[in-house]
Design a protein around this ligand. Structure first.
Ligand code: 13P
Length: 288
């Protein structure tokens, strides 16, 4: 199945009160493992790369080729959107060119007028090409690709302004942070989420920093309009732990256990298992 825009899957998620997992990719193993998990659960899936991960994977064109080829080779039939995560203005155009089906333009660090102007321009371009577009206001905290936000909460009025530009989905800070949540993290700010939802209506909302948020908070966020939840760190930790266990058990020294096809297999399985767990919690199982 060819890549699809995230628009339809997110509209269905809002209507059906569940969320579609958006899983960050890091390499070929990740791509195979994530798509396998989605297929086994019959769930729609968004796979995404940051600009740093795109560079690591030898460019956006290569990312699109890998995802398309894995879809074909593994017989993936569930809807798959290939999305740029936290894109710059130039990165957004590069991914449109490379064949991505969904784009995030993150202008949250820009003055709001500039963020609105660039988002409006990209909304037009994406609409013409049938691509979905995610915009962001209120930088999301934590560290990602060297970009550090302050974990602030978005201003609901700014959310309304950007939501009205013809975007598909909106990322708005509600106390969420990328990476591992620090000790004493106060949790998601549901009053802010509700205020945003009241302003933007049925616009699908995006929860970044999905790793490590307690299940009850995830479910409450979904009930208040969150329809896309980004997960990266938990897959990375699961991969690292499974790989470490393999090596600590001395398996790389037994027979041909050093063969990367064997060495990386437990980590890949751990990613598939993590994706399946997230699909279960987010409620997207069987919604393909
Ligand atoms: P985590 O790494 O905290 O799961 O966040 C992923 C993310 O939000 C990507 O944009």
């Amino acid at each position: 199945m060819a890549l699809v825009s995230a628009k339809e899957m997110l509209e269905k998620a809002v209507a059906g009160h569940y969320a579609v997992p958006a899983i960050n990719l890091n390499n070929l193993e990740w791509t195979k493992a994530v798509l396998k998990g989605a297929q086994e659960m019959n769930s729609p899936i968004i796979v995404q790369v940051s600009e740093g991960a795109g560079k690591y994977m030898a460019g956006f064109k290569n990312v699109a080729d890998i995802v398309n080829n894995v879809i074909e080779n593994q017989g993936i039939t569930v809807p798959v959107a290939l999305h740029l995560d936290h894109g710059t203005y130039n990165g957004a155009y590069k991914c449109i060119e490379a064949g991505f089906s969904s784009i995030m333009f993150d202008g949250s660090s820009l003055p709001i007028e500039e963020n609105l102007a660039k988002t409006a321009e990209l909304a037009k371009v994406c609409a013409e090409k049938g691509l979905s577009l995610e915009a962001e206001v209120g930088a999301i905290g934590g560290e990602e690709d060297g970009v550090v936000g302050m974990g602030e909460c978005a201003d609901p009025d700014e959310c309304k302004k950007i939501a009205d530009l013809g975007i598909t989905m909106l990322a708005a800070g509600i106390g969420n942070i990328h990476g591992v949540y620090p000790e004493g993290w106060p949790g998601l700010q549901f009053d802010v989420l509700q205020a945003i939802k009241d302003k933007v209506g049925d616009m699908p909302l995006v929860l970044h920093g999905g790793s490590g948020i307690p299940e009850d908070q995830i479910k409450e966020a979904i009930s208040k309009g969150v329809a896309k939840i980004n997960v990266n760190t938990e897959c990375q930790i699961a991969f690292a732990e499974a790989t470490r266990a393999y090596i600590e058990a001395g398996k790389d020294k037994a027979g041909k256990g050093f063969d990367p096809r064997k060495l990386l297999a437990p980590g890949a399985q751990a990613i598939t298992d993590m994706v399946k767990t997230k699909i279960e919690i987010f409620g997207s199982a069987g919604k393909a």
